[in-house]
Structures are given as structure tokens and as C-alpha cells.
Design a binder for this molecule. Structure first.
Ligand code: CO
Length: 295
């Protein structure tokens, strides 16, 4: 673990969150918000660890604007930001109510409280905290407000250039006695007014390289080589590739998907179409010591 870079990524992520809060207003195009956030990450000396996720209402995660996206910011918007410095990641998210809804605000506050309580618990028990205990406090906090946690979304361990490494951190009481141990983790509770599960939705145009076997077309080869170099094993999106290679890259991305070079993520939508709020921080645990890198 490269502590210096982990802390730097966290500090950049925190500044980017503060910045994102100033530019996110109702009816601003999501495309504009995403590009400004990603530009800010680079300006501050980091790189996006994944395309900014701007997921609205029942979409819990994995919505990033396409290059011709016309969607305007509205409703209950979740902004999930990843920053990396030489592959060392900070992953943080917040939610914002853009329709002056009391219920949205309560959902958001509940996700934030669940995150805060989980962090307090981990600070007390550090690497001795069990995964079951973390899930339990998140679930209890959310259910106390008569909402549901999303049971099939979890926090996750992180390693260099690996956004989901090692263990999952549950958002419900799984009774797991396994301890969290030292490492780098994202804790991310989701609260919903719905039944508490997400299912795959539309394609997100967010990709991850899964195989480097040579594709047939020249452009697909070039894009694969570029993505390998630029993003390595981190997610990227069609918007970034089309900015670099032009609109013709769309077909090449499809070919790369068909050739099994790319994993194509789906948007994740709450099964009952209910609203979802999210809060997320990154924690560095070193034995007794717990640092929230994104706060
Ligand atoms: Co995360």
C-alpha cells in the first residue's frame, strides 16, 4: 500500500466533492457536470478512477452520460466520484435533492447516517470489526427510518488499479464473523423507499478490459491499446473513447465487446422503481489506525 498516494487521492476526491456541490443544480446537463468534475480531478493532479456516475432517482449506480446525453439534473441525484494517483484509489459519493422533496432529503440523510455510524464503529474496533457488524449497523440505521438498505450492493476492498479487490463490505447483517483487517476499503450504504434490491438496467457504456486478445479491426486494436495504456484495469466509458477517436469509435467498442475484450456494465436500477440515495467514503485501515481518506 502506498499511503502517500492513497492520501493524495483522498484529498483530491474531497476537493472535487466540494466543487461538484457548487456546480450541481437542477436542469444543468449531466454531461456538463460529469465533464467538469472529471476535468477538476485532472486539474488537481489526479485521474478519474472510473467515469463519474450521475445516477438519478431509481438508478442506484452506473449511469454516466454518453457523449450526446441531453439529460438534465433532476430528482434525487447520486454523484459517485473516483480518483486515482498512480492507481491508488479514492472512491466517494454523495446524494443531492434537486426537487425540494422531504422524502429525498430523509433518504439522503439516512444513507449519510448509516455511513457515519459504520465509520464510527470501525474507528472503535479498527481491524477487529467484523463484516457482519458493519452490515448490521448500516441495516439498523436505515431500517430505523423505515427505509430499506440495498441488499445486493456492497462496499469493497481496493488495491492498486483494482476498484473491487478482495472482500465485499455488506450493507445488511450477514452475520459474517470475518474481520475487516488492514487495507483500503470503500464503504457505501444505499437507502431506498423500495424493496431494497437492484437489477440490471440499460447498458451503461462503461467498460472494463477483460481480455487483450487481438481484435480484427484496426481501430478496435488501437482503442484497446489506448485503453490498456490509459486506464489499465480501471473502468472507462464510451464518452472518453469517442472524445479521443471520434464517432467511428462506437462501432469499434461494439466489436471489442463482441470479441470479449470488454466487459460492458449495466445500469443498476431499484427493482420496484423506487428512489435510492447513496453515501460513500474510502477508509485506510492500518491495524489500530483508521483514516477516512476522502473526508
Ligand atoms: Co465504491
Amino acid at each position: 500500500m502506498d499511503k502517500e498516494r492513497i492520501l493524495k487521492a483522498g484529498q483530491i476526491a474531497k476537493q472535487v466533492v466540494d466543487y461538484a456541490k457548487t456546480i450541481t443544480k437542477k436542469d444543468v446537463p449531466l454531461l456538463e457536470i460529469s465533464e467538469k468534475i472529471e476535468f477538476k480531478i485532472i486539474e488537481l493532479g489526479g485521474r478519474p478512477a472510473f467515469p463519474v456516475n450521475l445516477s438519478t432517482n431509481e438508478i442506484a449506480a452506473h449511469y454516466t452520460p454518453t457523449i450526446e446525453d441531453k439529460t438534465l439534473a433532476s430528482g434525487l441525484l447520486k454523484i459517485d466520484i473516483g480518483v486515482h494517483v498512480d492507481g491508488w484509489i479514492a472512491d466517494t459519493a454523495f446524494s443531492i435533492d434537486l426537487e425540494n422533496s422531504k422524502e429525498n432529503k430523509q433518504l439522503i440523510q439516512t444513507a449519510e447516517q448509516a455511513l457515519e455510524n459504520a465509520i464510527e464503529l470501525i474507528k472503535q474496533k479498527s481491524s477487529e470489526t467484523t463484516l457482519g457488524e458493519i452490515g448490521q449497523i448500516i441495516q439498523k440505521t436505515i431500517e430505523l427510518q423505515k427505509f430499506s438498505p440495498i441488499t445486493n450492493l456492497t462496499g469493497h476492498g481496493m488495491e492498486q488499479y483494482d476498484l473491487h479487490a478482495g472482500i465485499s463490505i455488506p450493507n445488511i447483517d450477514t452475520k459474517q464473523s470475518q474481520k475487516i483487517d488492514s487495507g483500503l476499503y470503500a464503504i457505501e450504504p444505499f437507502s431506498t423507499t423500495g424493496s431494497g434490491k437492484v437489477k440490471d438496467g440499460k447498458p451503461s457504456e462503461i467498460y472494463l478490459i477483460k481480455d487483450t486478445k487481438t481484435p480484427r479491426s484496426q481501430l478496435a486494436r488501437e482503442i484497446l491499446e489506448y485503453a490498456l495504456q490509459e486506464y489499465q484495469t480501471l473502468p472507462f466509458c464510451s464518452r472518453w473513447i469517442i472524445r479521443k477517436f471520434g464517432a467511428k469509435a462506437k462501432i469499434a467498442l461494439k466489436q471489442l465487446e463482441e470479441n470479449s475484450n470488454l466487459h460492458h456494465f449495466k445500469q443498476l436500477a431499484e427493482v420496484s422503481g423506487a428512489k435510492v440515495a447513496q453515501a460513500e467514503h474510502t477508509l485506510l485501515i492500518e491495524g489500530e489506525k483508521v483514516i477516512v481518506t476522502t473526508n
